[in-house]
Design a protein around this ligand. Structure first.
Ligand SMILES: CC(C)(COP(=O)(O)OP(=O)(O)OC[C@H]1O[C@@H](n2cnc3c(N)ncnc32)[C@H](O)[C@@H]1OP(=O)(O)O)[C@@H](O)C(=O)NCCC(=O)NCCS
Length: 144
């Protein structure tokens, strides 16, 4: 199946343009910049689910599939894959639109683990999904 037909998984959480200042010495976008964009998007997703501050505690199964180039639009898609007592696994995919208008390709994917924390930085329980207010469900399901 071509990338164009491959379906994104999750909700489009952030979009940005890869800029010349984010390149590695070879001229492609630095992997750390992409991971940072994924961490930001995953943090939005996790924070909405937990309704609290969250911190990244682990990164699992991170794959760099294709390079990101200057001028690509990077869109990061997220969804909550599983919820533990205080932690949650967020599935994250980053896709590019080449040169802003070109073909869409998946460039990275991974699982980011976040922990809900209180004002003292201590882990705290994540509320049950059915206890979340309606506006949170709407925000989590909305498609941009
Ligand atoms: C996240 C943090 C608050 C957890 O503290 P802790 O004392 O280990 O807390 P707990 O023992 O209560 O564990 C909390 C949850 O995290 C999970 N966890 C903790 N360390 C983990 C690790 N290294 N890998 C995977 N999961 C981990 C536990 O399994 C637990 O999950 P559960 O409640 O769903 O079962 C603490 O490790 C921390 O502050 N880390 C730094 C986070 C940070 O600064 N991130 C930004 C990186 S720049």
């Amino acid at each position: 199946m071509s990338d164009e037909k491959m379906q994104t998984k999750g909700r489009l959480t952030t979009r940005t343009v890869a800029m010349p200042g984010d390149t590695n010495p070879a001229g492609d976008i630095f992997g750390g910049w992409v991971v940072s964009q994924m961490d930001i998007a995953a943090g939005i997703c996790a924070g909405q689910r937990a309704q609290s501050r969250v911190v990244t505690v682990a990164l699992d199964s991170m794959s760099f599939i294709r390079p990101v180039k200057v001028g690509d639009i990077l869109g990061v898609y997220t969804y909550v894959e599983s919820v533990g007592r205080t932690s949650m696994n967020i599935h994250v995919e980053a896709w590019v639109r080449r040169g802003r208008i070109g073909k869409r390709e998946k460039v990275t994917e991974g699982i980011f683990k976040f922990v809900a924390i209180d004002e003292n930085g201590k882990s705290m329980p994540i509320p049950a999904e059915e206890d979340l207010p309606d506006y949170v469900h709407e925000a989590m399901n909305e498609l941009y």
